[in-house]
Design a protein around this ligand. Structure first.
Ligand code: ADP
Ligand code: MG
Length: 254
């Protein structure tokens, strides 16, 4: 099967670009995800890259499943340790945190709290701070905490420049302590803790860079600061980082 046969000339150029940092920008529906999937197959089939040296990041589980299916028709079915590391930011980070749990404050069996769990922890957190959850909506504080985590802002760096900011700062610290007590992380923590892990452990950082020298990212325009830092920590100095996206929104790094 000819990898390049069902691509248009621009797609072909993008798929066969020399390794190194590559940013492919094109409009919605123009075939970017198709290009990324073919790029993975191209690395493996044409450049002889072992599938296990490749990590591909998508934004949704649905997109990850679709890409896995497309890849299987292009390259067959490598499984287990031989397979491409393919998933969402959240699933790839969760996997990394479980694998490296002995370096972390929580255990390998940590649970991931959903919206309802988060709300109940935040409601209790506000009560513990002698604040009335009827007057200060837990959801509002959670939104501020979530935004901070996506911008890689830790509790001690949180700017308490208003009353609500002051509340959020104190609640953020206490909420994290409550999660830890439950051996729990929320979705944003998966990214945040993965960034900390790589930032604080040089040996791990280097080991991951050796193991996954080829990184591909779909929907790059939607990458937040924390996700971008995680990619940068993994990519290192001379990355084969291949990103596709549409120019419709301005990412925090651009
Ligand atoms: N060269 C092509 N030949 C046939 N179908 C294509 C081609 N390029 C894209 N498509 C199809 O167009 C649709 C959109 O492609 P996709 O990769 O999802 O776009 P994007 O990620 O840019 O939104 C998909 O169904 C894809 O299979
Ligand atoms: Mg797409």
């Amino acid at each position: 099967m000819d990898l390049l046969a069902d691509l248009n000339p621009q797609q072909r150029e993008a798929v066969t670009a020399p390794p190194g940092p590559v940013l492919v920008l094109a409009g919605p529906g123009s075939g970017k995800t198709r290009v990324l999937t073919h790029r993975i197959a191209y690395l493996i089939r044409e450049l002889g890259v072992p599938a296990s040296h490749i990590m591909a990041v998508t934004f949704t589980n649905k997109a990850a499943r679709a890409m896995r299916t497309r890849l299987e028709t292009l390259i067959g079915q490598p499984t287990g340790r031989q397979a491409v590391s393919l998933g969402t930011f959240h699933s790839l980070c969760a996997r990394m945190l479980r694998r490296e749990a002995d370096r972390l404050a929580f255990s390998r069996e940590f649970v991931i709290f959903d919206d309802a769990d988060q709300l109940s922890v935040m409601r209790q957190t506000l009560k513990d701070l002698d604040l009335d959850p009827k007057q200060i909506a837990p959801g509002r504080i959670l939104a501020l905490v979530s935004r901070a985590k996506n911008e890689l802002i830790e509790p001690q760096d949180f700017a308490a420049d208003s009353y609500i900011g002051e509340v959020a700062k104190r609640a953020y610290t206490r909420y994290q302590a409550a999660l830890l007590q439950n051996n729990a992380l929320d979705f944003d923590d998966l990214l945040l803790f993965a960034v900390r892990l790589l930032r604080d452990h040089e040996d791990l950082r280097l080991a991951y860079r050796r193991r996954l020298p080829h990184i591909l990212v779909d929907e790059f325009q939607d990458t937040n600061t924390t996700q971008y830092q995680w990619l940068r920590l993994l990519a290192g100095e001379t990355p084969d980082l291949y990103a596709v996206g549409d120019g419709s929104s301005t990412p925090p790094w651009g």
